[in-house]
Design a protein around this ligand. Structure first.
Ligand code: ACO
Length: 330
């Protein structure tokens, strides 16, 4: 059986830092509330009006190609995970392919809210396992600031912008993506969604006036199910693969809320020192959280390390992936 392996990671973060202090001047909130409820201190914002998700995805892709020393035309497929595509169509993957000069390389977008990246990784893995493709670029990128209402304190404190990318190639040994389990339950769709702009409620003066193009979230409803499902699927991944807490080098959780992450780690019996956590600096970057973690912790990962990725997002969507890391970072 051909196994897929992550062979390189990269990321891009916009420079502008939006702090809790600055948010205090924008909405009725405070640093203590945001930190205690979510764990977030600051987030990055792509302020340039002419730059969108494809810009961040392109920057992440370019630095990955350089790092791995391969050409864009060496790629077989580009998958972009995003809920904030540049356009409804064409796919952001097409734009990234054009930006990096990936002539003749096909691509598509995957949208599964905060689970977009893990779903995209799953799709990319299958293309490698099929033997049809040798190099699949999977990018998670979101310009959440483009769909956030900065007068709504319930949501504007939570999200940030960013991009991360991984390269998938056939594994040459026993390491790589070992197991995964994806879930979805559409009955939860109204707990977290963008009300308008789709075919049900196309853009109109009314939808704009009613602020229906921004993130609409019932935070408590999402929290209650997220804290259970993210832990359930992470525990399922351990059980299915006979992994004990001590076998796991790192838990790589979606960064939506530190309390959800703590709950998942506790259920897995994993110490906080083994949890990749950067929510305090980047907030919830939706599709970018997992590759951003891998990028920041890359130097601490050694070949053969067991890591578990897990997410929960709108939809509802959730999942977990078990990876035996494939390389020592230089
Ligand atoms: N500052 C101060 N007060 C606030 C703020 C704020 N920024 N936001 C809300 N409040 C108030 C509320 O209005 C409420 O006041 P009230 O009691 O007078 O009505 C009070 O704080 C408590 O609000 P809760 O909703 O109970 O706060 P909670 O402890 O649930 O935390 C949070 C809110 C952080 C949003 C949490 O529910 C959460 O993280 N939910 C899950 C988010 C998530 O996981 N999303 C999934 C991924 S996102 C994706 O898929 C795109």
């Amino acid at each position: 059986m051909i196994r897929a392996a992550i062979t390189a990671v990269s990321a891009y973060l916009p420079e502008y830092v939006l702090t809790n202090k600055e948010l205090e001047t924008m909405v009725d909130t405070n640093d203590e509330w945001i930190t205690s409820r979510s764990g977030i201190k600051e987030r990055r914002i792509l302020r340039d009006k002419d730059k969108a998700t494809s810009f961040m995805a392109t920057e992440a892709a370019k630095s990955l190609l350089q790092k791995r020393n391969i050409k864009a035309t060496d790629l077989d497929l580009i998958i972009v995970a995003t809920v904030t595509p540049d356009f409804q169509y064409p796919a952001t993957a097409n734009i990234v392919g054009d930006n990096i000069g990936a002539t003749g390389v096909w691509g598509f977008d995957v949208q599964a809210a905060c689970s977009s990246f893990i779903y995209a990784l799953e799709a990319g893995t299958r293309f490698i396992e099929s033997g049809k493709h040798k190099k699949v670029l999977v990018i998670g990128a979101d310009k959440m600031s483009s769909i956030i209402d900065y007068t709504d304190r319930n949501t504007c404190v939570l999200f940030g912008d960013g991009a991360g990318a991984v390269l998938l190639e056939p594994s040459t040994d026993e390491t790589g993506i070992i197991d995964s389990r994806m879930y979805s339950d559409g009955s939860g769709r109204k707990s977290l969604y963008q009300k308008a702009g789709g075919s049900l409620h196309p853009s109109s003066i009314e939808t704009v006036t009613n602020k229906e193009h921004f993130v609409s979230m019932d935070g408590q409803a999402v929290f209650k199910i997220a804290v259970v499902k993210m832990a359930d699927v992470a525990e399922e991944m351990m059980t299915r693969n006979n992994l004990k807490a001590e076998d796991i080098k790192f838990l790589v959780p979606h960064q939506a809320n530190k309390r959800i992450i703590d709950g998942t780690a506790a259920r897995m019996g994993i110490d906080a020192s083994k949890v990749m956590l950067n929510i305090q600096r980047f907030g919830n970057t939706t599709s970018a959280t997992l590759p951003l973690c891998l990028y920041e912790w890359e130097k601490e990962l050694q070949k053969g390390d067991n890591i578990i990725l897990t997410t929960f997002g709108a939809g509802f969507t959730w999942g977990a992936t078990y990876i035996k890391w494939s390389y020592d970072s230089k």
